[in-house]
Design a protein around this ligand. Sequence first.
Ligand SMILES: Cc1cc2nc3c(=O)[nH]c(=O)nc-3n(C[C@H](O)[C@H](O)[C@H](O)COP(=O)(O)OP(=O)(O)OC[C@H]3O[C@@H](n4cnc5c(N)ncnc54)[C@H](O)[C@@H]3O)c2cc1C
Length: 468
Amino acid sequence: MTLCVDVVIIGAGPAGMSASNMIHEYGGRAVILDEQSEPGGQIYKAIDRVMRDRPNELSWLGSAYHDGARLTKKFRSQAKDYQPGSMVWHIECRNLDGLYNIFYSQAGVSKKIETKYIVIATGAMERPVPIPGWTLPGVMTVGAVQSVLKNSGMYPSGKLVLAGAGPLVLQLASQLIGAGISILAILDTSPKGSFLKALRHFPRALFAGDYLYKGWNLTNKIMQSNIKVYRNVTELNASGDGRLQNLSFKVNETKHCLKADTLALHEGILPNVQLTRLLDLEHVWSPRQRSFSPVVNSWGETSLSGVFVVGDGAGVSGARTAEYSGAIAGIIILERLEYIKESQRDLIIEDRKFRRLLDEGIRPFLDTLFPAPERIGEVPDKTIICRCEEITAAEIREVVKKGCSGPNQAKAFLRCGMGICQGRMCGTSVTEVMSKALEKKPADVGAFRVRPPIKPLSLEEIVTLNDN
Ligand SMILES: Cc1cc2nc3c(=O)[nH]c(=O)nc-3n(C[C@H](O)[C@H](O)[C@H](O)COP(=O)(O)OP(=O)(O)OC[C@H]3O[C@@H](n4cnc5c(N)ncnc54)[C@H](O)[C@@H]3O)c2cc1C
């Protein structure tokens, strides 16, 4: 039997929890589906377990965990229909009245819910950083190292090198230093002069001054440690016999080599657009963040009536902005469902919009200080782009010469993006490589179309769907 509800929220990170808290505060109800086993999303991962079992780690995990604890506590106390361990793999428009069917997998069984409103709060993912050797065992992402650290307090043994640019590199370095874990080197790939360029956005960033203070503290902590920091790093290569052993890179035309056991890469994060692409919503390319995001209005609603996208999934803007956006979508839905009056709605919205505006003041500064890398389109020929099907940049460039005009045609030529990740990992890199090869803007090259299921699922689950 299909469950029929008013609202389904997908994702229990800051944005999803905040939407849920708002809806429940005024008497509404929502079902919250999240593939993780606990609420918190990326930033507050494993927060309940950390607070309960490992409170001594809060000193180095960062003060943001206390904000997370406040949000999660309220969420836990109100959201009676929170369903952890539920991965949404398909959404379909049921009819023209704006009813939607949501399909999700829970403990190996797939189920369906019918709903009037959907809040997609599925956050962001790390930008894959294709470099020669990035598929070797021992090469991972900064977010993956952080995720293991947050989840279980574990970390890679041996010589660890962090490489890339962005607040997450500083955050992880600071967390590792705080936990007493040694880092051999940090390879900073921010281009020369980015700090000076970012300075023109400094006055607006002052409206979100606490982020500047936090950034300064993180940088200071790294400077006071004895970690070797290489700046303006280019041409990073990883190599080794069956696993990572060596790194080579250039700093101002001087070549450097290091022995390493683990390399953690990071070049910013990208909106997670699998579900919004699946719904065939309109997406725009952000040249500043070098990523696609769905088009939404100021309260997060998309061109499909009743479908909202909030948080980093609608454009990367940080956890606090995600909270405000989630609350705004929640209040709009409450008014549509007649739990509150229009005047009450506007009062709350204006307050959250104002706070969001102040908070967003940091973005131009951060996006200029750590610019999204344009070089992905120019990676060396031998670099693997699609990991699942082992397709290199050279092969993509070759099919472009033969007339392949975009990522979807590249699927037919190469099976690129058709492996187990269904293009989640390689999608943006394929667009970047094709954009350079075709000498077109990424927006004109486009992106992979997304088909259900968006993540791997057993055939048995699909076949038995109607029995559940
Ligand atoms: C790897 C990584 C690490 C980060 N670490 C930090 C940090 O240390 N400090 C910091 O300030 N910011 C960090 N950020 C940025 C920060 O996470 C975001 O700004 C903030 O969490 C955005 O909140 P959100 O609610 O939009 O998304 P998220 O917090 O990402 O929450 C999204 C939720 O949606 C769920 N989800 C996704 N897809 C599905 C699906 N198909 N079905 C069901 N559930 C789904 C996920 O499980 C997740 O719980 C990190 C980002 C990433 C990608």
